[in-house]
Design a protein. Structure first.
Length: 295
């Protein structure tokens, strides 16, 4: 990987790790549904402007169904679940639990795409559950019904990402990634809108809350996608997906630096076990069978 692409990878992890910080900063003031709507709505506007300047078409008539399904599974539902979780657990928990996405990708791939569930993947799934137990049972956040539900919500959000991946592979593979991103953001904004409660008061939008809303929508959502697509074009999806291992590092770091969140030994241990589990599920370091046979 070239130094420029490595720098983009680290920057992407830092940005996506910061999304959990922004959730914690804003959700208490404006609520999870408004935070989700502002995130998807502002990101959709920014990406529509980008689509206009880049000159690519969305083909809404042909692709509306894919935009709707991906908008629900990949954006509206998981982002809403993370926003709700941010009321009860800290940024480091959410960032670490986000690493569970490849676990569900492996399960969904085995169920719907015919991918083999190897012993490494099964071991990774078992270790992942152990890591979650360490994180929740012995972490600095007191265990309560709300905390357990928030953890389950974060894990459910990663399952949504996996289901979205299966749908894209089976039914939307022919749609350009940029168009799918813009279309799904627009669809997600429309989906969340009917569920909006009464608007928060103007006083709720302090400079910190406003900064968090703008940061999570324009930086962590819109700008991050542009970096993500550039990396996929330059180094391929497999190497780009290693960003999964860096996001918990930055999510924990930003939470400790800016929100004074406690990071105990159990948090680090649970996070390490979850990252190792993710590496096993992704089969990092394993050469393909053909390469091993040739060797």
């Amino acid at each position: 990987m070239r130094p420029a692409d490595l720098a983009r990878l680290v920057l992407l992890a830092a940005i996506w790790g910061g999304s959990f910080l922004f959730v914690r900063m804003a959700v208490g003031a404006i609520g999870p549904i408004w935070l989700t709507e502002l995130r998807v709505g502002l990101a959709a506007i920014a990406m529509l402007i980008y689509a206009r300047s880049a000159g690519f078409e969305l083909k809404l008539v042909q692709n509306w169904r894919a935009y709707l399904v991906v908008g629900v599974l990949n954006t509206a539902l998981p982002w809403g679940l993370y926003a709700w979780s941010g009321k009860h657990i800290n940024a480091s928990y959410m960032a670490i639990l986000n690493a569970a996405a490849p676990w569900f990708a492996a399960i969904c791939g085995a169920v719907w795409l015919g991918e083999r569930l190897t012993w490494r993947k099964i071991l990774g799934l078992a270790l992942g559950m152990l890591g979650v137990a360490l994180l929740v049972g012995f972490g600095p956040v007191a265990v309560s019904t709300e905390v357990v539900l928030a953890v389950l919500a974060c894990i459910s959000a990663t399952a949504c990402y996996a289901l979205a991946g299966v749908y894209i592979k089976k039914h939307a593979a022919g749609i350009a990634p940029r168009a799918l991103t813009v279309g799904s953001l627009v669809a997600a904004s429309a989906i969340v809108m009917p569920f909006l409660p009464s608007p928060p008061s103007a006083a709720a939008f302090t400079w910190k809350v406003t900064l968090a809303v703008l940061g999570i929508s324009l930086v962590c959502s819109a700008a991050a996608y542009l970096i993500y697509f550039r990396l996929i074009a330059n180094v391929g999806p497999t190497k780009t997906f290693t960003v999964t291992f860096l996001i918990p590092v930055f999510g924990t770091l930003w939470g400790a630096l800016f929100l004074d969140e406690a990071v105990g030994a159990s948090t680090l241990a649970g996070g390490l076990v979850i990252v190792i589990a993710t590496a096993l599920v992704l089969e990092v370091g394993r050469r393909p069978l053909r390469a091993r046979a040739a060797g």
